[in-house]
Write a protein that binds this ligand. Sequence first.
Ligand SMILES: O=C(O)CCC(=O)C(=O)O
Ligand SMILES: [Fe+2]
Length: 269
Amino acid sequence: MLTGRLENIINFDRYPISDINSPDYRNLIEQHQSDLEKKGAAMLPNFLTDEALESMVKEVDGVVTEAFNCRDLHNPYLEESDDSFPLEHPRRQAQVTSLDVIAYDQIGVDDALRHLYQSETLLRFIQEILGGEPIYRMADPMAALTVNVMKEGHNHGWHFDESLVTTTIMIQKPEEGGEFQYVADLRGEGWDNYEALERVLEGDESKVMTLGVAPGTMLLFAGYYQLHRVSPVKGETTRYVSTLCYKDRPGICNSPEVQKLFYGRTALA
Ligand SMILES: O=C(O)CCC(=O)C(=O)O
Ligand SMILES: [Fe+2]
């Protein structure tokens, strides 16, 4: 049985994130900060120990039948349809997302995934990669830590995230499909390239890039400015990806409407 000790969960040999005064720590921060700025993504392969990864698969397997099936039609901006744009405008094109979601309150109190999320050491590490401004765990009892469960045929449609950067942990990969794909340069500060966006939504894959994310990888992705999706999953093996939510203010919760959409119920903090 895995204990909640962080050295059993995080691969400290490769990521010595508790030695904050060591040159290795500073190098890690600089490298991932630069990747995030230049490439819009910082990938940390083998971030988890093998035993933590094994444990997390079992933890998710144990509650997977209780996951809520979320089927959502959304536009790429995850905004209410804006009728000041014509109906055929890419801002108003509906994308389908269909997947199962495990909420924070369904994750066991002693689970490795929960210990990881509650770690101050991890929070400080992510905060420094993001530039050092304070970040806080989300206060939402369901959305703060989730696992997206994607079975054969499930997919996550093209979208820009609501947060500037999203932190995910890949726990289990499907046999085929379930690829994290993105397209850069469609949106920037104060501008959008709607023509190029329209081409992607119509199926043009010439600018689509795929991130090869292996189980055990932590990914920090600048999803507000980069259109991304998860391609349809194929095969018997379910895709498990956890999202760790951090916000720039304490006490943030989703609205009851958003809770209902993603988790099928509401819960107070
Ligand atoms: O499942 C993933 O890898 C990322 C999903 C995603 O883009 C999101 O939850 O916003
Ligand atoms: Fe996203």
